[in-house]
Ligand binder design. Sequence first.
Ligand code: PMP
Length: 429
Amino acid sequence: MLYQRSSALFKDAQTVIPGGVNSPVRAFKGVGGTPIFAKSAKGAYVYDEDGNRYIDYINSWGPMLLGHAFEPVVEAVKAKAESGTSFGMPTALETEIAKLAVSMVPNIDKIRFVNSGTEACMSAIRLARGFTKKDKIIKFSGCYHGHSDAFLIAAGSGGATFGTPNSPGVTQGTAKDTLLADYNNLLNVEELIAANPNEIAAIIIEPVAGNMGCIPPQDGFLEGLRRLCDSNGILLIFDEVMTGFRLAKGAAQELYNVNADIVCYGKVIGGGLPVGAFAARNEIMDYLAPNGPVYQAGTLSGNPLAMAAGLAMLKAINSDEGLFKRLEEKTAYLHKGMAKVFFEHEIDHTINRVGSMISVHFHKDPVYDFVTAANGNNDTFKTFFHSMLRQGIYIAPSSFETWFITDALTYKDLDETIAAVEVFAKELK
Ligand code: PMP
């Protein structure tokens, strides 16, 4: 494959954009090489500026659950654009998507729309702090909740990839209110609660972690957090920015039958436009301005184009009873196919998977928290990434990221992917 145009565009971009990208993980820094510049995408495929076609397992980092340029979303956005792109006034459309979202998810009464997952999580902890009148939060090492200050402590995703899980620029004053626990370690959480009596407003967690690869919650872990929150007056926040409307209609709350107090959304809920949201029961949401004292706002929040895209997406998901089963089956097929190749070629590996989220780790021991996620052989991962890219398969450029399976993928695409893994395995020898 040739990347001449991408290389030239990257060089040019670096003259005016820091690192040439508007979000660090796009820069391929963890794996080396030049990022490919996207030109267009349709269904399961993304096309770059040099005319190369890739089977896409990043899918804009999650939103494209039903494939790129999904027709109902494209049509909804086109139609809306004709009648004005932003009003800064309430619209009927916002109520329509809010009603649909609330009806799909268990345990929430009201939802507020924002512009990104970062905003959703940032607002959720402010609300939790205001509501409980306490300051500290517990987060888990390797979880990523966006780039607001309180969360850039042992952050996963790009933070982990670039070796900056604790970002300069976050004050010590802020950092001291974020307590860190190990994912899947309930005892650790109990100890933190005991050491900070009546000081913890919220525990925030990715109920299935997706920012240190894909890490499922172990049996009883989410239930245990729920219990600890209930007995200590702490709010449980599920960051479902990645899992929301992806793992099930009601996402992890439904899948694991555990209720959170506040739930954050992003990615799929916007159908590929910039949307985030946070939701809770009435008692908590009415604490938010203009009804309550906790302030939160946004000039473009509830933007008509974004709401039209989100509504088309949620309607499609809500009306497709077979969707989540199909996604799970495709992911399981890919898992089985890749594992078979790795076994046959005696390549140490662990593959984690929940629903349509999957990650490959190059070591043989279980991956269940940030430490075990970091054990993988990064050189093998880099070779894997570049081999796949050369063969037209676009996977996340870091082992700290999850791959996203879209409904647009066919079994032919999956077979092509598995065949590419076989080529990589032979190359590695
Ligand atoms: N929470 C989770 C679980 C995420 O995966 C992400 C983004 N990858 C965010 C929050 C932040 O979302 P955004 O990038 O839209 O700000």
